[in-house]
Design a protein around this ligand. Structure first.
Ligand code: NI
Ligand code: MN
Length: 231
């Protein structure tokens, strides 16, 4: 399985030759806008699935754009977000907090997140969530935007996690210290950090963050934009 970081909470997971794009936020992402360079060179293979954790703009911004570029892609999100995009002629697969569902890349389960979820114009975006992905290459938890929550303890009861992808920027989500507690709840030693340094309000010191995890016997993986890691 390959993880490619595209900044903020946007990344691509490649599992069994399927490319899964999560929470696309690129065209209006300050990181790319301010530096005046394009994200386009980082997405080189067709996207098969677009996973959306919740309706906030920094997670749904480019769903339509990518569906236009890759019309065969399937958008998977909660029922309300799926309906929103279905009305725009996008192929969707609506889910809710429930069972694992089988896809060609593995089994996927929409799980709860402690956050909010509304579209930019105030349209209801259902309940916020994350995704638990079980594959024969390992189990991955994508928490989405969330605070620390005790319910995370149930996640590893479905199967040992190989990696968890957690927000670490604070203010709107967990910060580094809370993500370390989350990794204890999750019984997970390898964390990939997301949702930091995109905006002024979520700045962190990356080296200190890695050190804080290390001191607790955990590994925090922080990637440069466009960089990949085999997980
Ligand atoms: Ni959010
Ligand atoms: Mn967010």
């Amino acid at each position: 399985m390959k993880f490619t970081f595209l900044s903020h909470s946007t990344f691509i997971l490649k599992v069994h030759e399927k490319n899964i794009l999560v929470d696309p936020f690129l065209s209006e992402n300050p990181f790319f806008c301010k530096k005046q360079f394009s994200w386009k060179k980082y997405i080189v293979e067709p996207i098969d699935y677009i996973l959306v954790t919740h309706a906030h703009y920094d997670h749904v911004c480019d769903v339509e754009l990518f569906h236009k570029i890759y019309p065969n892609s399937l958008v998977i999100s909660n029922y309300e977000i799926s309906n929103f995009f279905e009305k725009k002629g996008i192929k969707t697969y609506g889910v809710n907090y429930g069972s694992f569902i089988s896809f060609p890349f593995g089994k996927l389960k929409y799980v709860w997140a402690l956050h909010s979820s509304s579209f930019v114009n105030g349209i209801y975006g259902g309940n916020p969530g994350g995704f638990l992905l079980h594959t024969d290459e390992g189990n991955i938890y994508v928490s989405g935007d969330t605070s620390l929550m005790y319910d995370m303890k149930i996640i590893p009861t479905f199967g040992k996690l190989k990696y968890s992808i957690l927000p670490i920027g604070g203010r709107f989500t967990m910060d580094v210290e809370e993500a370390i507690i989350a990794s204890d709840f999750l019984h997970c030693e390898k964390i990939i950090g997301v949702h930091y340094n995109t905006f002024d309000s979520i700045q962190i010191d990356e080296k200190n963050a890695i050190k804080s995890f290390y001191q607790k016997g955990k590994e925090l993986i922080i990637l440069n934009i466009g960089h990949s890691v085999h997980i």
